[in-house]
Ligand binder design. Structure first.
Ligand code: PDD
Length: 287
């Protein structure tokens, strides 16, 4: 099926959508992105994703080619045109096409940003078998750059991390820096010990997950104890349970880290409950 995608103001069949070979997203990974999930044909936490996008753009001195209100309408139009019930919307904004390759940023007056959005239909997204089975992860060195709080399209090392996990026969990898877990290749990481939820505190070491913010809010509202601090792989292996969060995975339990099973090696009650609460509340607030 040919999708309808959005490129710089136009809705086009994916086969007709093009971006220049001089685009700085292509040549320099000079761009930012967002992934927003769709459940029941509605957007989950659009406001959070839009706010983080604005922050990513401003940290990189990049202009948004559209207002956030217009962006909401583009998201909705793509959901409608592609008849998405469950799935994802990918959005990318780059520093545009200066017509040549140069390290210096182009003058934004002469080089408008490039904006691209496309949908990914994922029937059954909310009913993932991984929620019942749990994920197995390995730990790998975190050798990414120091501004992981900006959601840039520099995803080579996270892709390599996924491949390391695949080669090891597991589902994903958790990054470790200075002996402490930062986050997963494309998600935030949590452990649970004695009923307390522990996840790394916010800094430029990790992406400030939109799902993380919502899940921690729901956890606190449900009187669960939350501690925001870094933890080691050894502490994680001794935890009662673990889980990850992201816009595409929601909340997924982790049942094994570097070959060590957590608790009884099956999804834990805290992760399972948080997934239910997150899906219920997010569906209610979807736009
Ligand atoms: N990834 N940390 C990293 C490194 C991520 O790439 C992501 C999201 C998250 C979770 O953020 P959020 O809850 O806002 O999705 C944390 C997206 C889903 C992706 O790259 O596909």
């Amino acid at each position: 099926m040919t999708r309808t995608v959005y490129v710089n103001g136009s809705y086009l069949p994916e086969t007709e959508a093009t971006v220049s070979i001089f685009d700085r997203g292509f040549l320099m990974a000079d761009g930012v992105y967002e992934v927003t999930s769709v459940l029941g044909g509605k957007l989950i936490d659009f406001g959070g994703h839009a706010a983080r996008l604005e922050r990513s753009l401003s940290e990189l001195d990049m202009a948004s080619p559209v207002t956030m209100a217009a962006l909401l309408e583009i998201h909705r139009e793509l959901v409608r045109l592609n008849n998405i019930d469950e799935g994802l919307i990918y959005l990318q904004i780059t520093r545009g096409n200066p017509g040549d390759r140069d390290f210096a940023f182009p003058d934004p007056q002469k080089t408008p940003s490039t904006i691209v959005l496309f949908t990914q239909a994922k029937p059954g997204l909310a009913d993932s078998p991984a929620a019942k089975k749990g994920l197995r992860v390995i730990s790998i060195d975190d050798i990414r750059w120091g501004r992981r709080d900006i959601k840039t399209v520099q995803l080579l090392y996270p892709s390599m991390g996924k491949m390391m996990a695949k080669k090891a026969g597991v589902d994903d990898a958790w990054f470790v820096e200075d002996g402490k877990v930062t986050e997963g290749t494309s998600n935030n990481a949590y452990i649970v010990k004695g009923g307390k939820i522990i996840t790394r505190d916010l800094s430029s070491d990790i992406l400030h997950g939109i799902t993380r913010a919502a899940v921690l809010r729901f956890a606190r509202e449900a009187q669960m104890e939350v501690e925001e601090r870094a933890f080691t792989v050894a502490e994680a292996q001794g935890a009662d349970e673990a889980y990850i969060t992201s816009a595409s995975a929601f909340v997924l339990p982790v049942v094994e880290i570097d070959g060590v099973a957590l608790g009884c090696g099956t999804p834990g009650p805290v992760a399972t409950r948080l997934r239910e609460i997150y899906l219920d509340e997010s569906r209610k607030a979807a736009v």
